[in-house]
Design a protein around this ligand. Sequence first.
Ligand code: NAD
Ligand code: AKB
Length: 323
Amino acid sequence: MNILVTGAAGQIGSELIGELRRRYGTEAVIASDINAEAGKELQKSGPFELADCTNYDKMKEVIRTYHIKTIYHLAAILSATAEAKPQLAWNVNINGLYIILELAREYGCSVFTPSSIGAFGPTTPKINTPQDTVQRPTSMYGVTKVTGELLCDYYYQKFGVDTRGLRYPGIISNVTLPGGGTTDYAVDIFYEAIRNRKYTCFLKKGTYLDMMYMPDAIEGAIQLMETEGEKLKHRNAFNVTAMSFDPEEIASEIKKHIPEFQIIYEVDPVRQAIADSWPQHMDDSAARQEWGWNPRYDLAGMTEDMIQTLQDRLVPAGEKIND
Ligand code: NAD
Ligand code: AKB
């Protein structure tokens, strides 16, 4: 009953792999990615396959060789990169997902696929965004995320494939840097605060977005996959959130630990337009009711842990904030 993680070298995959291996054993969890350089590192800690999720034959070989029964399909192109390379985004996010779902149908695998706040658009209610609501995204990333949600629903309804998924907000973490998203500022800000005491933000003041700390994102994915299927009414694309803030609020929270920290603004119109089309705060009561979603970290708890962790890693002894 082995597990395959695609996109394992990415921001979420690099941490999900560790947690899955702690729970199910190293040899039971196969990491895969298209990134050969990162793959060399991943290979040191357990099974790794260099595999492009848009290559049906290669993915089939991996699934057969390792007797895969569960797939966490994380390989994707994120919002800012997708806007710069829309054809690539469609190919990876949709053709890659289609191949995973086809193989899951053929080999009886269950599949976890993350959706995103990006699956919503400017006509979606921005506050307490309902679980079931208008989804007319205006970014290529969003178009692929809505399509992916529908495709996963279809494979469950039509073929009985056990598909499940979460609409993640911006994920904040400190192991692997995020890859080409709009919410990346909320990660970059910590590295710059620790290194330079100053951050130039590409989103403007007042841009409220849902966010979540990585330990909750990982726990949520595994918890959803371990829930009895009969309990789930919304199998795919559960709204999940842990906090909502704008750049000023996260900067104020960082200042509680680093009083000289400053935020300045140099707005990137492309990422600002994407952020402006997304919700400010989702209603995640369906996830709470159907499978017990209950995040541990709020803005204060996440900020304290991020600063502590990055300080320990990036700042030489004797130069730490509290020394
Ligand atoms: P990431 O960009 O950090 O990692 C994606 C990984 O996929 C990379 O390691 C990349 O090398 C790999 N990849 C790209 N093309 C590939 C291909 N053709 N075949 C195999 N691997 C390929 O992304 P992430 O942040 O870890 O996101 C994982 C999933 O979660 C994505 O579906 C993303 O849309 C979703 N999500 C992420 C966030 C977030 O804030 N990180 C928020 C919402 C949803
Ligand atoms: C992005 O900004 O593209 C991602 C996401 C919210 O899906 N972090």
